[in-house]
Design a protein. Sequence first.
Length: 240
Amino acid sequence: MYNHTVARLTYKGLLGRRRALLLCALPLLLLVVAVAVRGLTGADDEVAKGLLGSFAMATMVPLIGVVAGTGAIGPEIDDGSVVYLLAKPLKRSSIIVTKLLVAIGVTVAFSAIPTLLAGYILNGNSQQIAVAYAVGAAVASVAYSALFLLLGTISRHAVVIGLVYALIWEALVGSIVPGARDLSVQQWALSLAQKVGDSGAGITSEVGVPTGVTLLLVVTLGGTWYAVRKLRTLKLAGEE
């Protein structure tokens, strides 16, 4: 299912100069803030949870997911260059799965790893806070990549829609409105972070682990399946 040529082209597109700057900006900001906060307040579990929860999980991870997920295929569909890829003897499922794996790799690298580093900077992983939030960021990266890759196949306004979702639903509504939290990728991922953290870590989620894992799988597998289906509907010139 994994195609090295498709992967190479996707990495090249995602890590071009402009997108690379976007991908690096938020992780760099997180690390700079973490260093500054540690210097000013010292190691503090509550400060660490506040920064990793409100900035890393609620803002950075979904925004990087938007850039990586939509950027993995959206631009090719928008400018029509995807027809050259579809003209090759490749299964549409192989194209989607490969692009999804690339998007996941990029999102994890630019979100979960900086989250882990920031956690260690802030409190040295007291009560496994750094690892717990890194695990949450990693599993959220998978779901966001599938969700935004799907969005890139069905809408020419995928980036705008993704930004609205990331900034309004996940960062704002999903963080403060109790009923909406149940439908938040962030909260599903936090259920695993809560499980990884010690009982005293104080990481909380609005859903239990079984529910969180189930919903993450539904979004990831369902989004991937529907993206494959949508790609199959794209017809090349001359096709009946």
